[in-house]
Structures are given as structure tokens and as C-alpha cells.
Design a protein around this ligand. Sequence first.
Ligand code: C5J
Length: 230
Amino acid sequence: MIALAARPFEFALAPGRAALVVIDMQRDFIEPGGFGASLGNDVGRLRPAIAPIAALLAAWRARGWPVLHTRECHRSDLADCPPAKRERGRPALRIGDVGPMGRVLIAGEPGAEIIPELAPARGEWVVDKPGKGMFCNTCLPEGLHARLQAAGIAQLVFTGVTTEVCVQTSMREANDRGYECLVVEDATESYFPEYKAAALAMITAQGGIVGWSAPSGALLAALEAAAPRR
Ligand code: C5J
């Protein structure tokens, strides 16, 4: 076990049993012209998470530990997109409409791809999900929980966007399935800084009711000190 200073108290990281989870670092959320921008958001607010995630990916890859990327996207026929989701709000572009990066939030379109800086490496899991949570109706026939269990994963280290939507929803789903969850504070971002702060506070309140949080620097330093690179 690797002891890590975290909130609300120390986290004991289990080498090899802790998957790094990168939630929805897709062009549709991070680049101009995508889904996030169509909802009126300042997409530049998400970019500070990129460098810390890249550093964590390098650390996990150097040790041969498991990495999981998710993508929020839908089938091209929208069969997995509830009308309530598509019709909500007054976006400039709705899910499935054609925008500057192809059809918005549709699997296989340029906008649904993960940004090049964080492109998945060969052998890493890429899980397409139509919802906010990563355990709901994914592309995996056996379901994500079964896949993680088969791989012996007991801990999930969360990064990605947005903190209070897909990251927090996925973390809550994981917590209810028995995983120990840690969110990396500077490796997640929101379009709304106050919602990011509130989500991190909610996660760690009440003795870590959803899980732990720690900055990437503390996590990387603990790994360097205790777990040799392969
Ligand atoms: C949103 C996400 N915000 N990945 N998706 O709609 O957080």
C-alpha cells in the first residue's frame, strides 16, 4: 500500500489494483464548436486539467497499471439518447446536429474523440457511455462493473470533466458498487469554478461519504517514492 496525504484523511493506494479513470476529455467538451460551447459555456475553463492528467497518465503507463477513458456519446441513430436529454435547454446545437466537429456527441465523429494530448494508448480501455455516469448503459456487453471486477480493480482514481457532472456522477456510482474512489483535485475541471469546489467538498464531507481527494503533486510524489517504474 502507498500512503497518500488526502482529504478527509490518508488514502492507502493499492498498486496494480487502482485504475486511473479519465472522464470525457473529448473535443466536444473542451474545444470551441462542440457540445459544451453550444450550451453557452467557456470551454477554456477545462484546459487546466490537461497537464495534470497527462502527468498521471505517464505515471500509470510507466508502471503498467490500468487506465480507463470514458467518452460521453450516442449511437448515430440516437436510440440511446433519451428525448428528455436531447430536448433539454436551448443549446445552439443539439445532440446529433451537425456542427464544426461533425455530429454533436455522436460516436465516431471528430468531436466525440478524446483530445490528442490525452489520446488513449494501445490496450487502455475506452468506454462509451450515453449517460453522465460511467456504469450506465455502456458499450460493454458485460457491463463496466463486471469488467473491473474481472481485472481485480478495487480502487478508482478519477480525473476529467466536468467535476460536478460526469466525474461526480461516475464517482457516486462507483462508490455504491464498493470501489474506493479518489478524485484528483487539479486533474478535474468545471465550466463553473464554484461548482467544482462544491463537488469536491460534497465528495469528501462526512468522513469521505463518496471518497477522497488529493492534488496530483501529492499523488505523483507518493508514487515516485514507493512504486518503481517498470
Ligand atoms: C456534461 C460531462 N457536463 N462530461 N458532461 O454534460 O460532464
